[in-house]
Design a protein around this ligand. Structure first.
Ligand code: MN
Length: 453
């Protein structure tokens, strides 16, 4: 069944590829519009690379969100082919009004009854009953679109986007798995088991371990002192780099880390022909993620299309700042804790450095258990008169009935705000003066959800 569905998706992608090829033959400049996160940037990167390798020309714009008003600006543009990556499936009607042909390479939920116009080739896994949340990202859909032209060398970049959309969990599945196999068979991607310590060859061990948040290591991640203590306890000098350890020491370290979190030793995906900074596809994805979050998507895109000099340095500084902020944030939560209500807890920030990472901090806090995993966390960031809310909980709690998407949607509506999302992670925006009332209402809704279960 799945194979048949994948086959239908591949057929659609091939149709899109034919359309692209036709326009390239006529020397048309391809207009690409994509999303500003790691997946969107790599999706655009996949398209641009393929077009460049076909000696074609492109014009790319990276945007935070596709709205109908934005599409209407493209009405004036005289391009013969538009490609929307990581977006577009929700805007078929407006896109239909574009003058040129259109390829939509998206993986978000789409209205299955909406019919695309004749000018649109709509490539989306949901149309074939495939899972766009876990099994393929937009960079993967872009890859499928250029795959018939033989670009297996772009499989790595397709996987970068899948990492960006957090589709990796104990391995890749579905279309992602297929793309990975393309990469392995064509000798572009290598997979091996390794210790997933951040900045392993760059930073002294205690620092590298404290920077490691994916996966988290209890009492070590985000905690330089905890990291030093851990290394001293197992008899390994903390000031040297991982590569300087003897094989015996590496084994001890590995065994002790695995005891804390088995995921620390698992599959690592690399493109050996890349420069060291981009070789590990997860690192590559972190670099694009940092570019996106800092509104430097231009740098991210230049990296994807081949800049291996200035952009890398600048992007790495962004990643470093981000990691430093996370460590700073974990220290803050450890010291201050959260404000605990009956069934939920919250953290609150006005400081810019904290505000940009509140959602991530909540997830890490729950993983590290410095925040009580039994209570969903609401991270509240104040922006003048409004509060931006990020809600996070654990799968254990969603199994018990918690649905944050529903809770935040309903509670925010009651106070003239808006919100929604998934059961495990959701967001909302509410007026600042209603913060306490909002928190009480979410607390009540979560209590009801737990009781009903
Ligand atoms: Mn995406």
């Amino acid at each position: 069944m799945i194979q048949k569905q994948q086959h239908s998706l591949l057929n659609k992608a091939e149709e899109a590829c034919d359309l692209l090829r036709g326009h390239l033959k006529q020397d048309h400049v391809v207009r690409i519009i994509s999303h500003n996160d790691a997946d969107g940037i790599s999706a655009a990167g996949v398209m641009c690379n393929a077009i460049a390798q076909e000696d074609g020309k492109f014009h790319v714009t990276i945007i935070p969100r596709l709205k109908d008003e934005i599409i209407s600006k493209f009405f004036k543009e005289k391009y013969k082919l538009f490609i929307f990556c990581d977006m577009g499936s929700a805007n078929l009607k407006s896109i239909n009004r574009l003058k040129g042909d259109v390829i939509i390479a998206d993986h978000h939920q789409t209205n299955l009854n909406a019919r695309p116009g004749d000018n649109i080739v709509h490539v989306n896994p949901h149309l074939y009953g495939l899972d766009g949340t876990k099994d393929v990202s937009a960079s993967g859909i872009s890859y499928l679109t250029v795959r018939p032209m033989g670009y297996t060398n772009l499989s790595g970049l397709a996987i970068v986007g899948a990492f960006g959309d957090m589709q990796y969990k104990n391995g890749f599945t579905g279309v992602n798995q297929m793309i990975l196999n393309d990469g392995i068979e064509s000798n572009n991607i290598e997979v091996r088991d390794d210790l997933k310590i951040a900045y392993k060859s760059k930073e002294p061990l205690y620092k590298a371990l404290s920077y490691t948040i994916n996966p988290v290591i209890k009492n070590v991640s985000g905690d330089e002192e905890g990291s030093v203590n851990f290394l001293e306890k197992i008899g390994i000098s903390y000031g040297i780099k991982f590569d300087e350890l003897s094989n015996e020491e590496k084994d001890i370290l590995k065994n002790e880390l695995v005891k804390i979190n088995p995921e620390i030793f698992s599959s690592v995906y690399t493109v050996p022909s890349e420069i060291p900074e981009l070789r590990n596809l997860e690192d590559y994805s972190n670099i694009l993620d940092a570019c996106g979050k800092n509104k430097k998507h231009g740098i991210g895109l230049s990296i994807c299309i081949g800049d291996r000099k200035d952009s890398i340095k600048e992007a790495q500084d962004l990643v470093k700042t981000y990691r430093d902020d996370i460590v700073y944030g974990i220290e803050w939560i450890k010291k201050e804790g959260s404000v605990v209500q009956d069934k939920i807890q919250y953290i609150y920030a006005e400081e810019k450095r904290k505000k940009r990472i509140m959602g991530t901090l909540s997830s890490i806090g729950l993983d590290l258990e410095i925040l009580d995993p039994e209570k969903p966390v609401l991270a509240m960031s104040r922006m003048d008169n409004i509060i931006k809310v990020s809600g996070r909980t654990t799968s254990k709690m969603t199994e018990k009935g918690v649905n944050l998407g529903y809770a935040l949607e309903n509670a925010s509506k009651s106070f003239n705000g808006s919100g929604g999302g998934h059961n495990i992670a959701a967001g909302a925006v509410i007026p600042y003066r209603e913060m306490d009332n909002f928190l009480n209402l979410v607390d009540e809704i979560v209590r009801t959800q737990l009781k009903a279960n």
